[in-house]
Each structure stands twice: as structure tokens, then as C-alpha cells.
Design a protein around this ligand. Sequence first.
Ligand SMILES: [Zn+2]
Length: 134
Amino acid sequence: MKTCAEFEMEIMHAFYDEGEMSEDCKSHLATCESCQQFYETMEVIPREKEEIIIDEWVIQESVRAARFALETRNRRERWIFLIGTLGLMGIGLFFLAAGFGSFMRNLYIAMYLGGPLLLPIIIWKRQKRGREHA
Ligand SMILES: [Zn+2]
């Protein structure tokens, strides 16, 4: 013979459409006051399936807005990078034209040799700021 706790489990499963109530359980429910009370409390609790209303449109719009914000920022960063690169190139060409050729050569050699040493620091800083760029 099953206990009331076991029948309550069965009643609960049947209530949430996760199984059929056995004949055994049905006849127990018809006679057991404790299980009837349990069943009535189940009726009061709103079913989760009906409770959650997902507005797909709202989610879609939020995703679109987030994506747009990210794209705008990436576009801005690309422009900043392009302008910065052209600016540095301009400065380099200016110094080259002004007769600082050997200084520029030494500067570039120093940058090529020393630059990679800064890479771990740059990566570390980017990771600290956020992962969306990594
Ligand atoms: Zn019972």
C-alpha cells in the first residue's frame, strides 16, 4: 500500500501533465481527506506553464538594440584606429622628409623589438575591461 506522500507525488505529476493518475491513486483521492486537501491546494497554485509569458518581440528588440550599439561602437573604433594610423604615418613621413631618417630607423627597430614585450600587458588590460573584444 502506498503512503499519502507517494500519492501526493502522483497527484502532483498528474496535475502538471507529467503522468497519468493511476486507478489506485484515484480511489485513494476519493476517500482520503488529507490527499483531497493537497489536491485543492494544487488548484490554487497557478501552473507555471500559464504563468510565464515570454514576449518574443521585446527580446528580439533588445537583442537588436544591443547589437546596434555594439556595431556603432566597433565602427567608431575602426575610424579612430584608421585616423590614428594615418596620423602616425603622416608624422613619420614628416620626420623622414625633415631629415630624421636614421632616428626614424632606430625608433622603428626599437618598436619592432620592444613592441611584442607590451603584448601581454595589452591582452591583460583588454581582458580586465571585458570579453566582448577578445
Ligand atoms: Zn492520502
